[in-house]
Design a protein around this ligand. Structure first.
Ligand SMILES: Cc1ncc(COP(=O)(O)O)c(C=O)c1O
Length: 401
């Protein structure tokens, strides 16, 4: 497609989301009061963009003509998913491997219940998406933190000796891996993934691989879907993906658990039945099928906006003493190391950003102790909104002296 044939999408308009059902905009006013309407939340990982028009058209068509009884996912949905995984990830998915649910986190909770017993131990890699912790705790599991190591060059790496030792614990039965990693932005290489897989195979640890950010990678990096490493790796893994993250449809509730091993798949489905069954909504299926089939150009255009926004944050960090960007390889999140700003506590940093700079990021401590004095910035917003936020921070830092 040439430049002139490419559809035009609006990634520039700042949407008014006060008074909408948006959790993050609501949270700001709820916690800081009605005077905080100027505080911009670049926190929760959804986007400040309207969905692709191709998806909206499919929803309108369905709303106009369909009947909303009990639904099942048709062959057309699975065809769309299979084709997407092949096109974007060179991943040959057999529809028989797929169980649908209303979200990746319900699916991860279900998978945990299917392969662990209360009292077992589960490995996670902090700083990491905080619901992994609550999922483990809710299911009576003890967390083993294979903490990621930040090198002097600003890259997070896996401590494989520590991982090996933790996986050797006889009560360790599962690991939750995030690829690409939220919040540190690593896209794990095939070599790293194989090393993780080899340890899990040797120690009989089941791998829950959260690939919800898999459609977001920066040039020079390629997300590897875990099962594509080979049959012995596919045999131990639960893979979780969701078009809702890729296409900003989180409120429509639709995600895929891909489980190639039939024995694990059966256990997962039984665990889902035991809590009354996981399901997806009619509009979730309609929207996600349309997204996979028709909204790829929107995603490609969005990636350019996110790359541009990352450049804006990179420039900001380069000219701001005390702030360092941890260069992401994937996701639409940026992880800022603010340890050099010299705040006494993470709470002081948070208060400064919210009250003086009028911005609400996700605080690093939410992702674990090792996230202290880091901030997670959501890049999926109009560039002018991001620039406004960063200008506010610069002004507030100058006033602080
Ligand atoms: C790594 C990761 N997993 C899961 C989720 C939540 O997925 P869902 O809304 O499908 O439960 C998110 C949302 O931000 C995420 O970043």
């Amino acid at each position: 497609m040439t430049e002139s044939q490419r559809p035009q999408y609006d990634f520039d308009t700042i949407l008014e989301r006060h008074g909408s059902t948006s959790v993050k905009w609501h949270e700001v006013v709820e916690q800081m009061g009605p005077g905080a309407k100027d505080v911009v939340p670049l926190s929760v990982a959804d986007m400040e963009f309207k969905p692709a028009p191709e998806i909206v058209a499919a929803l309108v068509e369905s709303a106009t003509h369909d009947v909303f009884g009990y639904d099942y996912a048709t062959e057309d949905y699975f065809d769309a998913l299979v084709s997407w995984m092949k096109r974007r990830h060179n991943f040959d998915v057999d529809p028989a491997w797929v169980s649908l649910s209303d979200g990746v986190m319900p699916a991860i909770n279900t998978a945990l219940r299917s392969v662990t017993r209360p009292g077992d131990k589960v490995i996670i890699q902090r700083p990491v998406y905080y619901p992994f912790t609550s999922a483990a705790e809710r299911n009576g599991l003890t967390i083993l933190d294979n903490e990621l190591k930040l090198t002097d060059e600003g890259r997070y790496e896996i401590d494989f000796d520590d991982l090996e030792a933790k996986a050797a614990d006889p009560r360790c039965t599962a690991m939750i891996l995030c690829n690409p990693h939220n919040p540190v932005g690593r896209v794990w290489t095939p070599e790293e993934l194989k090393r993780i897989g080899d340890i899990c195979i040797k120690r009989r640890v089941r791998l829950l691989c959260d690939e919800i950010h898999a459609d977001f990678e920066y040039p020079g990096h390629k997300v590897t879907m875990f099962s594509t490493l080979g049959p012995e790796y596919a045999d131990i893994v639960f893979e979780f993906t969701a078009p809702t993250k890729t296409f900003n449809l989180a409120g429509l509730l639709c995600s895929n658990a891909i489980i190639p091993n039939p024995h694990l798949k059966r256990r997962y489905d039984v665990a889902a039945d035991n809590i009354g069954g996981l399901t997806v909504s009619h509009f979730g299926l309609v929207a996600c099928q349309a997204a996979y089939n028709h909204a790829e150009p929107w995603l490609d255009a969005l990636q350019q906006v996110i790359a541009r926004n990352l450049g804006v944050v990179r420039d900001f960090a380069a000219r701001t003493d005390g702030i360092r960007l941890i260069e992401p390889e994937g996701t639409y999140l940026a992880w800022l190391d603010c340890r050099g700003l010299g705040f006494a506590t993470p709470e002081d940093l948070c208060t400064f950003l919210r009250t003086k700079a009028r911005v609400w990021f996700d605080e690093g401590t939410m992702f674990g102790e090792s996230g202290s004095f880091f901030e997670r910035v959501n890049l999926a917003c109009p560039t002018c909104l991001l620039e406004r936020v960063l200008n506010n921070i610069e002004t507030a830092l100058n006033e602080r002296g």
